[in-house]
Design a protein around this ligand. Structure first.
Ligand code: SAM
Length: 208
């Protein structure tokens, strides 16, 4: 909605966090979800190598760049280039996560300390199909994390609540010492989004 009577552009998503993100120069309001999760689970540390799946428009990578500092590095992957993000320790790979050659990627940039995924499908409003496409992305994010993480590394992944969530959590429990599901306070009230957090990877491929 564009309110012609006002000079400000407004819409129904223009909430407290969106305004705060603009004021604080973050590229998206979702940064506060990552911040909340990171503060609770202590995922990202100075010097870390961080892989950000579905990084556009770039707020998670922006947060990661600050957190890892100059000794660390952040690699972002998305279909769309985050044009407003640039930093000497940020590298962008424009790709579909389903088409990545994981062995080549692991050789090139791995191993990583943390893999985060905010991958989300374009929602259609058809609940079953949105949940299923989100689960496909979450499972692919986990495959990428398993190929890229170092021993004891961490994984964070967005997923929509649905009937496969329990099995997804159980599968993750095989690969991480601790697995938690977390709903962010920043997530909009009617959204089905939750985050799976896998702490301390226990099952790295032998070659990494
Ligand atoms: C919610 S946005 C991520 C927001 C980001 N975390 C931030 O804070 O700026 C989800 C992203 O997932 C990306 N995405 C969805 N499917 C993808 C795929 N198959 N491969 C790569 N990126 C994909 C979309 O292009 C979109 O930019």
């Amino acid at each position: 909605m564009y309110d012609k009577s006002s000079k400000m552009k407004t819409n129904r998503w223009d909430d407290h966090y969106s305004r705060r993100a603009r004021d604080e120069k973050w590229l998206a309001r979702s940064v506060y979800k990552l911040q909340e999760i990171d503060e609770k689970f202590n995922l990202i540390r100075k010097g870390d190598r961080l892989l950000d799946l579905g990084c556009f428009p770039g707020s998670w990578s922006q947060y990661g760049i600050k957190k890892v500092g100059p000794p660390g590095k952040v690699v972002g992957v998305d279909l769309t280039r985050p044009d407003r993000l640039s930093s000497p320790n940020f590298r962008f790979i424009q790709a579909d996560v389903f088409s990545l050659d994981l062995e080549a990627l692991a050789r090139e940039i791995g191993p990583m300390d943390v893999v985060i995924s905010d991958l989300a499908p374009q929602t259609t409003g058809v609940k079953l199909s949105d949940v299923s496409r989100s689960m496909d992305l979450a499972r692919q994010a986990e495959q990428i994390a398993l190929a890229m993480l170092r021993l004891k590394g961490h994984f964070l992944c967005k997923v929509f609540e649905g009937e496969d969530l329990r099995s997804f959590k159980a599968e993750a429990a095989v690969n991480f010492e601790q697995v938690r599901l977390f709903r962010s306070q920043v997530t909009r009230k009617h959204s089905r989004e939750v985050y799976l957090i896998g702490l301390r990877f226990v099952n790295p491929p032998s070659k990494v």
